[in-house]
Structure formats: structure tokens, C-alpha cells
Ligand binder design. Sequence first.
Ligand SMILES: Cc1ncc(COP(=O)(O)O)c(C=O)c1O
Length: 368
Amino acid sequence: MTEGPGTPAHDQAVVPVRLRPEILALPAYRQGQAAPSGFKLSSNENPYEPLPGVLEAVDAATRQLHRYPNAAAPEITERLAAEWGVEPDEVIVAAGSVALLIQFTMAAAGHGDEVVFSWRSFEVYPWMTVLPGATAVPVPNTPDHRHDLDAMAAAVTDRTRLVIVCSPNNPTSTVVTKAEFEAFMAKLPSDLLVILDEAYAEFVTDADAVDGRELVRRYPNLVILRTFSKAYGLAGLRIGYGIGPAAVLAAARTTIVPLSLTDQAQVAALASLDRGEELAERVADISARRDAVWAALGEHGWDDVPRPHGNFIWFPVGEHTARALEVLRENGIVARAYPPDGVRVSIGEEESVEKLLYASEQMITEVK
Ligand SMILES: Cc1ncc(COP(=O)(O)O)c(C=O)c1O
């Protein structure tokens, strides 16, 4: 899924019933743009089709559509528990990691409470904070588009109930290092919930980057979020998961939209986990393409594009964001604009690379 507010969807003057003003004022949720023609590189999707075996598994599950799903998801939960070396009650599975973000926010923060996150980051963070009536505390990224963890720690007060670290960060594609993350955790109270959102973890090749797998059971207040939407290419089915302390996950289970996790999503995730080798090949392919694109951009003079670690690249073009998006579109690339900061382009099909590089050469003459 992607993400992002548009203009407020409601005219408060014409809503015929009394609703919460902060919800009415909230911009409607909006997806990355579709691409009627050209390459859709606006939603950080995987260019590969589902892994072998996935469609067959989904097809079989679809024959049971007249039944409710088994939303307790025992099989995938046990499988993930085995993969992560934890107990099943230390795993929570839901209809996308965005559902989990909302569930944890609902469980942790209410009116008067604060949620701290880096900004710019995933568009959902400020949006989901409003749902339970909490207050967003966005902390500006460093000039090189990374989390400013010192400033984030300093922004924590006794009203803070949730802190989110996103690595690789959407949309800037930068990472937090292991050492930075450890130092950050040491500064926070151990009863403050921290979410490490690792939606793009599989694409990371930098050995210094934080890795949730090494943090399992290290902290009583840490939940690690992962998703099958990106590397596993199951964005359309909606399934993500969290690893963390059983009691914290139990609280988040109570805030779920019941029965929202489908059987199709569960069997597709299981079938995908059976194809670890193919998955690794695909991920390596996308990561290598990303690195080659970034190197070529550097040669073209893009010296301020941060080294990317997710399956996407950040162009910090500031006030030129609209024009940059247009140049990309003219060249058959549908990207995502984050005015007034920049443009994010996902790494897509091999055939999209030439167009992207051609467009970026034109862009640099116009916007730099
Ligand atoms: C940083 C981040 N977290 C979470 C998600 C949600 O992913 P999903 O709900 O598809 O699992 C996304 C999707 O764009 C993301 O960019």
C-alpha cells in the first residue's frame, strides 16, 4: 500500500451528523498514483509476480470464500515464530503492517498522549496518530535525510506513549545503524513502546544497518514490524506481522478489526516462505538494480540523492517537486511526489531503468 493524505475529504458545514472534528479535518487516505501508461513506480511495489506456488495456494483457499477466515492465523504464526526463534505469542499477524501500526497506536496512545516519529517518513504515522485522538510529534530528519535520533530522544516527554523508527525510511531510503539504534534505546524509558518499522528490511545490504532479527527479546518495549507486501510481492493480499513481547502484542490483538486477515493472505505468505531461495534471488536483483541506478545518478551529478537501502530512491528536489514529477511522467515514469520535499521513485522492472536515467538527466538540468 501507499500512503498519503490528500485534501480534506469532508466539508464540515455539510456533514449532517455530529462527528469528531479532528477526523473531519483529517485528509483522506490516498494511494500512490496508478499508471495508465508507463511504469508505475509510485508505491514501492515489487515488479515480480507472486512466487511459484502462491497463486495455486490462493486459488485453493478461494474455494472456501463462503466461510469466515481463520483470522487467528495459527499456521503462519507458528511458521514465523519458528523462523524468528520465538514463541507463537510473540508473533502478531494482521492485514498488512499498516493495520498493526494502527493497532499498536490504538493500544498505546489516547487523548493527550504523544507519538514521536521522524519526519519526513511514512505518511501513515501522523494520520494514524489522530485516530485515537493522540498528538503527533514529528521530528525533522537530518540534512542528509536520516532520522535525528538525538532530537527524537529529546522530544520524548512523560506524555509520549509510542516512538516509531523507520529503517529503511520511507520515502528517503536511509537507514538507522545498529549502533545508533542501541544508543537511542538506551536513552528511552523501558516502559515506552518503540516500534521498529522494517517494511523494507529485506532489501538492506549494509551490514551496519539495524536489523530487527538481531534485536529479538533484547528489549521489553520493542516491537519489530515486517511485511509480505514489498520483498515478497504480496501487496495486494494484505499481510504483515510483528515480533515483540507477548503482553504488548496481546494488547494490540484487542484493537484489531476482527476477521480482517484473509485465508488467502495466510496461505500466500506460507507458500512464499517455502520459496526462500527464489525470494533471495529476486531481492538481490532489485537491490543490485537500485545500487546501479544510484551509481549512475551520481555520475549524472545527483550528489544529494541519499544512498538508498530500500527498493526506492529519494530525489530531494524541494520546491521543484512538481516539475520533477512531470519530467518523470513525460518519460513514462509514474513516481510519487512529497511536496515540498521531493520525489520518491520505486525500483521497478529492468526496462524502467533506462527511462528513469534518461528522465533524471533531463531533471537535473531543470531542477538543480
Ligand atoms: C514504512 C512502511 N511501513 C509499513 C507499510 C505498510 O505496508 P503493508 O501494510 O502493505 O504491510 C509501508 C507501505 O508502504 C511502509 O512504507
